[in-house]
Design a protein around this ligand. Structure first.
Ligand SMILES: *Cc1c(COP(=O)(O)O)cnc(C)c1O
Length: 369
């Protein structure tokens, strides 16, 4: 038995004494926000680390999504996935856009490109896919549809920090990608996020939008928002980045340990990674199939009794929340529905001991007997 609760995630915090020098610099400079030195340095370091052309930091991933939609002047209807965190859909509603939920592929949990075309109407302006759990979408198929119908593509890449396909960062696809640095994500700045964009001109536009549309003392070019990341968050990001390699490496070991342990338990399906060359091990989803003796919810409660707090990401589907009634459309989302009723995300975070993984596996194994 574990001596303290095991949550689905726990933020990675580098040693506190390593953070103090950053604070001393901030105190000395008296620059707390508005594109200060920490902010500029984090943008430069993330550009290098991720291998992306341009990145604009934000105070969180949701404001990054909202701003990405504003930057491309998206309106009307946007095709997206119901199998995601509510912020994906909310960002559309906050822009007065109608979300059109299309089904997912039951193997990758990502928007099924084959089903996108049928949902396109004259009001469709964009597609907003999610790299769910950090698994890359079928970016080529999505781009082909977008090109055919003259649609924009905005990726909700909140889960996809550091993920690469054979061409490099997964964040380089589409018109824009929004990412989250929330405390629960692989790379965190307490709260934070960013938009990855293809060129300096687009970055300038996005930087204006995140600072009220202000370009100089007397000129405001857009009704922008306050989406700026503070110096303290940026400083923490710089420190976090120093540790990110080993933090992800630890996740890889945990992922491997789960796979070995769960592989022989009947009725537990482990999704195979597809389409990536570099993974980030952000989540560990399992699907509870019919030949497992317990339902997903029964297993969820058994784990909870053992103080293991797995999470039903993503349940309910976004379109099933009452606030989406009458303001969205859902075109036959059967796969998403089935997966959301069977999925369980098991704990995975840098400091989760491998013995805890073994214990979680054993509880799941006992449920199978
Ligand atoms: C975390 C998350 C967001 C929102 O990011 P915040 O930084 O928490 O605002 C958006 N979409 C998805 C899929 C997420 O998981």
């Amino acid at each position: 038995m574990n001596d303290k609760p095991i949550y689905v995630t726990e933020p990675y915090l580098p040693p506190l004494d390593e953070f103090i020098p950053y604070l001393e610099q901030i105190w000395a400079s008296k620059k707390l926000t508005n594109n200060g030195p920490m902010h500029r340095q984090l943008e430069a370091e993330l550009r290098d680390y991720l291998g992306v052309p341009e990145i604009a930091l934000f105070n969180n991933g949701t404001i990054a999504l909202l701003t990405a939609l504003q930057a491309l002047r998206i309106s009307g209807e946007v095709i997206t996935t119901p199998f995601s965190f509510v912020a994906t859909g909310h960002s559309l509603l906050w822009n007065g856009i109608t979300p059109v939920f299309v089904d997912i592929d039951p193997q990758t949990f990502n928007l099924d490109p084959e089903k996108v075309e049928a949902a396109i109407t004259p009001r469709t302006t964009a597609i907003m896919p999610v790299h769910c759990y950090g698994n890359p979408c079928d970016v080529a198929a999505i781009q082909e549809i977008a090109d055919t119908y003259n649609l924009k593509v905005i990726y909700d890449a909140a889960h996809a920090f550091g993920v690469e396909d054979e061409g490099g960062s997964i964040l380089r696809h589409g018109d824009l990608s929004a990412i989250s640095f929330h405390a629960t994500k692989v790379f965190n700045t307490f709260e934070g996020g960013a938009i990855v964009c293809p060129d300096a001109k687009t970055k300038r536009h996005i930087d204006n939008l995140k600072n009220f549309g202000i370009v100089n003392e007397t000129t405001v070019v857009a009704s922008g928002i306050n989406g700026k990341m503070s110096e303290i968050n940026a400083a923490f990001g710089l420190l976090q980045l120093k540790h990110i390699h080993q933090a992800i490496e630890k996740r890889r070991l945990i992922d491997g340990r789960y796979r070995t342990g769960l592989d022989r338990i009947k009725g537990i399906r482990l999704p195979k990674p597809v389409g990536q060359c570099v993974e980030n091990y952000a989540y560990f989803p399992v699907i509870i199939e019919d030949d497992y003796p317990l339902s997903r919810d029964a297993l969820y409660h058994i784990l909870k009794q053992a103080d293991i707090h797995a999470r039903r990401y993503f349940y309910p589907l976004i379109n099933d929340h009452s606030v989406y009634r009458g303001v969205s459309r859902s075109d036959g989302v059967e796969n998403a529905k089935a997966i959301s009723e069977r999925v369980l995300c098991l704990p995975v975070f840098t400091e989760l001991p491998l013995e805890a993984v073994d214990f979680i596996v054993s509880v799941i194994g006992m449920g199978a007997r």
